[in-house]
Design a protein around this ligand. Sequence first.
Ligand SMILES: [Zn+2]
Length: 323
Amino acid sequence: MATVETVNGPVAVEDLGPTLMHEHVFVLSTEHVQNYGEGSWWDEEAQVANAVVKLNELAATGIRTIVDPTVWGIGRYIPRIQRVAAQVDLNIIVATGLYQYQELPHQYAYRGPGLTVDVPEPMVTDFTTDIRHGIAGTGVKAAFLKCAIEAYGLTPGVERIARAVARTSVDTGVPITVHTSAPAQTGRLALDVFGKEGVDPTKVVIGHAGDSNDLDYLMELADTGATLGMDRFGLDLFNPTENRVATIVALAERGYADRMVLAHDASCFIDYFGGLHDAARATMPNWNYLHIGNDVLPALRAAGVSEEQINQMLVDNPRRYFS
Ligand SMILES: [Zn+2]
């Protein structure tokens, strides 16, 4: 039976159960936290304890797995996630990859084929290590790849990252989640560049597709075999819940329930708001792990989405993605 790597080790894909396909535990900049957070708004022990409470609340609703696409660029730090995972009754699947909108980090800019340090693509080397051997000596293996193609499009840096992610996916067989811009419809760019590297679209989640209500765009992506990430429930500034629900209903009616997955893109703490985290989050009351269970699923059912379709989005499609 196929298994998928989680923070606590391999789990049979059949046992993933109801899965939220894009949730962060923490979104942080290590340098921001170390220089401005510590001694101020960041308390490591309190944050780990808070995450344990929030994720156990989520587990109590019947969700069995979260898929956490936190990579370099938004603060992946596996020892902290291991501490949380040891105390929650939930599978946490982690990623490798790189989250950048425009430029490569300097740490990759001078290493690579034909560069100052002429070596094989070091991103492929690093991502593959995370998948095959584990992340930074923790023993935890990444089970999927993450990159971003924002409205800036395929800048040279973003294209190099996307191609490295694609090559690693082809080499290792692990799937990809790509952050995209719905207004700029960069899901197309993602599938195009991945396709040039030989990635099967069925191995790709187009992250944040649910920020769009353009059915033609969404069906075009789904018709390639890719999965639509309807994954920012509660982030009303990008698209209110009512519209997100209406779009899922319309796609389900057209036969696309097998091409959608659900999530909030939430976190227990995100340092974008610094010391004003709690005040900023209070302005987005539905941006939390419980919104889908409390509000979205009832709204989908009321609009005629069947239990079988909900099960596809929460269970069958995540299982297929990791199979
Ligand atoms: Zn995210």
